[in-house]
Design a protein around this ligand. Structure first.
Ligand code: MN
Length: 201
């Protein structure tokens, strides 16, 4: 049997991110939305497998587009939960990360501002991501539409922020900006530091 995608467990309790993300929202987001992408990705893989076995033609383009969407959703959420932490538990950016961000963006505040703007200006559903390019050794912000559009292939993702409406609507209604302000209180810098260290060697 080929291996399939599995829903990772949250690294904290459903209510651990309150008051910034409510227990109800986090439960739905993880148990329904994230789980939905896992299920969706596995379903497309199964459909491809079945078509091979039965030697049948399927709409390859449609199947791969759907697969990209669901794998993107599965992977981005899997990165998102560990880069969040209960308030006061996420530590601070490491000296090395701080230095890299200051070098690229001019200051840490300017990085925060640009990241927040990237998240605020996603058209419809998507993500903001802090990535690291190993070709240039530069941290670069990526704005993702849906789960898979505008991706830089092979860049390492250090931190992501989900700005789909399902990520905040229950708690913040249409006020995405308030959710973005809340996000900075629950960043797990320890995790972001680890990802940065692993990438930079
Ligand atoms: Mn989501």
């Amino acid at each position: 049997m080929a291996k399939t995608y599995e829903l990772p467990k949250l690294p904290y309790a459903y209510n651990a991110l309150e008051p910034y993300i409510s227990e109800q929202l986090l439960k739905i987001h993880h148990d329904k939305h994230h789980a939905g992408y896992v299920k969706g990705a596995n379903a497309v893989l199964e459909k491809l497998e079945k078509a091979r076995k039965d030697k049948k033609e399927i709409d390859q383009k449609a199947a791969l587009k759907e697969l990209s969407y669901h794998i993107g959703g599965y992977l981005l959420h899997s990165l998102f939960w560990p880069n969040l932490a209960p308030e006061g538990k996420g530590g601070a950016p490491s000296k090395e990360l701080q230095k890299a961000l200051e070098k690229e963006f001019g200051s840490f505040d300017r990085f925060k501002e640009e990241f927040t703007k990237a998240a605020a200006s996603v058209e419809g559903s998507g993500w903001a991501a802090l990535t690291f390019c190993r070709k240039t050794n530069r941290p670069i912000i990526m704005q993702i539409e849906k789960h898979n559009v505008n991706i830089y292939p092979m860049f390492t993702i250090l931190m992501v922020l989900d700005v789909w409406e399902h990520a905040y609507y229950l708690d913040y209604k249409n006020e995405r900006g308030k959710f973005l302000d809340a996000f900075w209180n629950i960043v797990n810098w320890e995790e972001v530091n680890d990802r940065f260290k692993t990438t930079c060697g």
